[in-house]
Design a protein around this ligand. Sequence first.
Ligand SMILES: C[S@@+](CC[C@H](N)C(=O)[O-])C[C@H]1O[C@@H](n2cnc3c(N)ncnc32)[C@H](O)[C@@H]1O
Length: 266
Amino acid sequence: MAKPHLVPQSSSKPTMVASYARYHSDTAVSQYCDAHYGPDKFGVANFSKKMVQLCVAELEGKPQRRALDLGCAVGRSSFELATHFDQVTGIDFSSRFINIASRIQRHGRIRYQLPEEGDITSDHEVLLADHNLSETASKVTFYQGNVRCLETRFCDYDLVLAANLIDRYPEPRKFLAGIHQRLVIGGLLAIASPYNWLEHYTPHKQWLGGRFRAGTPLTSLEGLSKKLSKHFTMIGDPQEVEFVIRETARMFQHCISQVTLWRRVR
Ligand SMILES: C[S@@+](CC[C@H](N)C(=O)[O-])C[C@H]1O[C@@H](n2cnc3c(N)ncnc32)[C@H](O)[C@@H]1O
């Protein structure tokens, strides 16, 4: 009998809150498989690939040993990072996403279905080799885990990528207050977010911005800067990176994440 394949588990608590259920659904699986590995849409380049290009350009001439991809979903940015870094850790709360990422790594391919219209679906297959990612894929280790209670051994990274995570996270302030502990001094933190704050994921008082403080509007960028300034300096200006999520053959979400890069200085 074939041995079951075990995905390493970090020390996440075995509870799942309702807001995370979305990332276990069939809809989420097809949307993220397509967003990560499917064709570009409306001329918008692959978001995960673009994010890694921005990070690597900033790290040119600096150590590229270890990278941590928090909220890696079905793994595209982790595989992209592995083409540059010696070791990559991809962590996501969704066991479904992590199992898919691990299966892609094992088999070098992914098959998924997309809704076309109504009950009609289409079948798709993508090879890691199609994206020139198969040679380096073994450098990635995927873990199912909760970033809120990540073990201390996940540290000493040259890069931490948190792509589209903070506005889907219950305690973004706490996350930002502790994230320096995962990086070496001089390491890079890359945060991307469309700042689409929803109470379903993040209680209102935890929002980094997109709200009023003493009658004055507070932007998420201001909130981010305030929280990170103790340990980081921002590199360059914020950048806008688009992504498209396909819902059906004729329905798409077009999102624009703001990307900020931060160097750990203390
Ligand atoms: C909006 S998706 C972004 C996925 C991917 N980074 C991207 O940009 O395509 C947010 C991801 O973060 C994961 N996530 C949310 N909260 C998390 C937590 N506390 N710990 C680990 N992963 C989490 C979700 O399961 C989901 O895969």
